[in-house]
Design a protein around this ligand. Structure first.
Ligand SMILES: Nc1nc2c(ncn2[C@@H]2O[C@H](COP(=O)(O)OP(=O)(O)OP(=O)(O)O)[C@@H](O)[C@H]2O)c(=O)[nH]1
Ligand SMILES: [Mg+2]
Length: 299
């Protein structure tokens, strides 16, 4: 566990040792199944995940949770206290919980999170659960990384389902209407069903699961839905297509990261390139030169 925690810290710092580490672990890598949770702040994502951890531990499975906060530059557990309601699992060695800031990487779910998922798989954690607050682009990024994406809604949605952000319908594999102990949850589910019926027919129809996470209600149904989606991906061949896409995305991110670093070095203060850039006033020619001389032809 310690070794894993340290390895993830290296990943977060973008330490060069990560490369060797990932390569050394290559043969151990059994990709973990990744379940993403997203939804507005306070909808109960962490409470649901906490319930899922309990369920999965009864099945003797090792579970990891990565909570990312697109608003937080902090990392390594700085926001654990408040935001993650999973403390009761903190001492269980088969449960790994970590929060990560979304530093760098355009504020997105960082390359670090992807690499951390890979490490967690190598250490035998399966599934890996990602929790992220649905603000900005974060839910789209979660969907790009997760095998199954769960979108969490609640009855107190303001103007009802109209409040659902554009794009959510497309990314959700499963909807959860949490806080179903509160009034109005049936209406939210009905409106959502109505919206889903309007969207084009697809091979997978996202189920709507009612949960009352504070009472551990609906958690088994939710896990059953996640398993059903997993089976669907496997039987339709989409699982391997997704895995391939993720590996390509990750590779592209590594390329971008290396290129960005070299460009920053090449543009260091007082460098000739930076002087030219300032004279020129636009980035294109200097960018071409950096690509040619500092990225393609450098070791
Ligand atoms: N009534 C009711 N309250 C709930 C339920 N599930 C969670 N809550 C409460 O909702 C509040 C937010 O729960 P969290 O699990 O922290 O929500 P979250 O979506 O993880 O919040 P952020 O990570 O801050 O976005 C807490 O006060 C929970 O106790 C539920 O099923 N019913
Ligand atoms: Mg939370």
């Amino acid at each position: 566990m310690r070794a894993l925690a340290r390895a993830i810290t290296l990943v977060e710092r973008r330490d060069p040792a990560v490369r060797e580490l990932q390569q050394a672990l290559r043969d151990r890598v059994r990709p973990a199944y990744v379940v993403g949770f997203t939804g507005a702040p306070g909808t109960g994502k962490s409470t649901i995940v906490d319930g899922l951890i309990s369920l999965l531990r009864k099945q003797e499975r090792s579970v990891a949770v990565i909570a990312t906060d697109p608003n937080s530059p902090f990392t390594g557990g700085a926001i654990l206290g408040d935001r993650i309601r999973m403390q009761r699992h903190a001492l269980d060695p088969k449960v790994f919980i970590r929060s990560m800031g979304a530093r760098g990487h355009l504020g997105g779910l960082s390359l670090a999170a992807r690499e951390a998922i890979r490490l967690l798989g190598a250490f035998g954690f399966d599934p890996v659960i990602l929790e992220t607050v649905g603000v900005g682009q974060s839910e789209l990024e979660v969907a790009a990384v997760a095998d199954t994406t769960v979108v969490v809604l609640t009855p107190n949605l303001g103007d009802g389902v109209q409040m659902i952000k554009a794009g959510i319908l497309e990314i959700a594999d499963i909807f959860v209407v949490n806080k179903s102990d509160l009034e109005g949850h049936k209406r939210v589910a009905l409106e959502l069903r109505g919206m889903l019926n309007l969207s084009p027919k697809a091979a997978w129809r996202p189920p709507i699961i009612a949960t009352a996470a504070v009472r551990q209600e609906g958690i088994e149904e939710l896990w059953a839905a996640i398993e059903a989606h997993r089976k669907h991906l496997e039987t339709t061949g989409r699982a391997s297509a997704q895995a391939e896409k993720r590996l390509k995305d990750e590779t592209a991110e590594v390329v971008a990261e290396v290129a960005r670093e070299r460009a920053r070095d090449a543009l260091g203060e007082d460098s000739k390139l930076s002087q030219r850039l300032l004279q020129d006033g636009t980035p294109y020619e200097v960018a071409d030169e950096i690509l040619r001389n500092h990225i393609m032809n450098s070791e």
